[in-house]
Design a protein around this ligand. Structure first.
Ligand SMILES: *Cc1c(COP(=O)(O)O)cnc(C)c1O
Length: 412
């Protein structure tokens, strides 16, 4: 059966909301529309009951206690609250002095981690941005080497959203606990896809988001450890003191109900879904590599999430490649910043050259990706790349066996 187009292969950007999630949410718009903080009537109680259930479902997915879940508007907010909240709480500076303390993160984290860290840097904190090797993995050794007596916080994502590589999170967590340093992980791409246990894996703070796990947009969660050690955060929003004072504001009850349901479904279906996604991703990568020479799968060969494939094609121009595969919704290795096309900073950090970064695709699969869609994508991409190469003089030279990296270009 032919695949219906356009084909969605951008599940790392966002996912379709599971119809079972939507169904769970609906009554909370129209019938059970109470404010979960209303303590003196049934509308409030119903809403609170639903939020409590969602808290249990979210906690169960990561091996936490329901009391350790703080609702937010998404992973961006969770990361901000975790990083700024911990830095300000654990800052080591005498009264009236500027903030001090050392923070460790990595150059290829999501902007929702990098930008809070850069803001803290401007406030006076010292930040080390670790650089990965070509495989993209941040190891416990790298973190250990960067640790200082004044290190207060380590923030390393569980798995990268562009290349899918998996960092040594349990090992980094153990190291942080030995050194009594707070450990935060942006687990937005990991949770719901891979088994997670904040106890076993020594996590203090963990961020994730509804819309990356087949739930609604605009709702997220932050796990905040309550014992061994009890982690404290300075709030960003002041107000009614909701969420143990850490995040004021009326709760997004419908969103939270959807988030909880999405977590429950992921927990129940993770093993089966994971196997299927890994099979599809491997098929995509091997078929593309078989049909198109000079391709490169970016990131570690095995330490990668089942659903993300990042692949570069030599001797094609990125923009033209995207034009040629218009019915496949995916991301490219170029980030559109205002008018200019910047190569992805993530690929750059692995040492991928600008040219190759521009001609990279991130294909991310999801719960509804089919074999037919993978087949269609392979055919479309192959056709586009081979066509573009017929117009590439550099590719002709390459075929003649000339190493183009050694050519002395004439300069003016
Ligand atoms: C999507 C994503 C975010 C941002 O999540 P929002 O809920 O959209 O704010 C943060 N980190 C990673 C790794 C992501 O993939």
């Amino acid at each position: 059966m032919a695949a219906k187009t356009p084909i969605y292969m951008d599940n790392a950007a966002t996912t379709r909301c599971d119809p079972r999630v939507v169904e769970a949410m609906l009554p909370y718009f129209t019938e059970m529309y109470g404010n979960s903080s209303s303590r003196n009537h049934a509308f409030g109680w119903k809403a609170e009951e639903a939020v409590d259930l969602a808290r249990e479902q979210a906690a169960a997915l990561i091996g936490a206690n329901a009391k350790e879940i703080i609702w937010t508007s998404g992973a961006t907010e969770s990361n901000n609250l975790a990083i700024k909240g911990a830095a300000h709480m654990y800052a080591k500076a005498p009264e009236g002095q500027p903030n001090r303390g050392h923070i460790i993160t990595a150059v290829h984290e999501h902007k929702a981690v990098l930008d809070p860290c850069k803001r803290l840097q401007r406030e006076g904190f010292d930040v080390t941005f670790l650089e990965p090797k070509a495989d993209g993995v941040i190891t416990a050794e790298m973190v250990k080497a960067a640790m200082r007596p004044d290190t207060i916080l380590v923030s390393i994502m569980w798995a990268n959203n562009e290349i899918g590589t998996i960092n040594e999170v349990p090992e980094i967590g153990r190291l942080c606990h030995e050194r009594e340093v707070v450990f935060h992980t942006d687990a937005t791409q990991w949770v719901g896809k891979m088994p997670t246990d904040v106890e076993r894996d020594h996590i203090d703070l963990l961020s994730w988001s509804g819309h990356k796990i087949y739930g609604p947009k605009g709702v997220g969660a932050l796990f905040v450890r309550r014992r061994k050690p009890r982690v404290r955060l300075e709030a960003i929003l002041d107000g009614g003191g909701h969420e143990r004072g850490m995040r004021s504001g009326t709760l997004n009850v419908t969103g939270i109900v959807g988030f909880g349901k999405a977590c429950e479904l992921c927990k129940a279906e993770m093993d089966r879904d994971g196997e299927r996604l890994l099979r599809l991703r491997r098929r995509l990568e091997t078929e593309l590599a078989k049909r198109i020479e000079v391709t490169q799968v970016n990131g570690h060969a095995d330490r990668r999430l089942p659903h993300i494939c990042n692949i570069s094609f030599g001797f094609v121009e990125g923009e033209s490649l995207l034009m040629g595969i218009k019915d496949i919704a995916c991301s490219s290795g170029s980030a559109c910043t205002s008018a200019s096309l910047e190569p992805s900073y993530v690929l750059k950090s692995l040492g991928v050259g600008d040219e190759l970064a521009h001609s990279s695709l991130r294909l991310s699969l999801g719960r509804w990706t089919t074999d037919e869609e993978v087949e269609h994508a392979v055919e479309k991409i192959t056709k586009a790349v081979l066509h573009l190469r017929t117009m590439s003089p550099l590719y002709d030279l390459h075929k003649e066996g000339i190493d183009i990296s050694k050519i002395q270009w004439q300069t003016h």
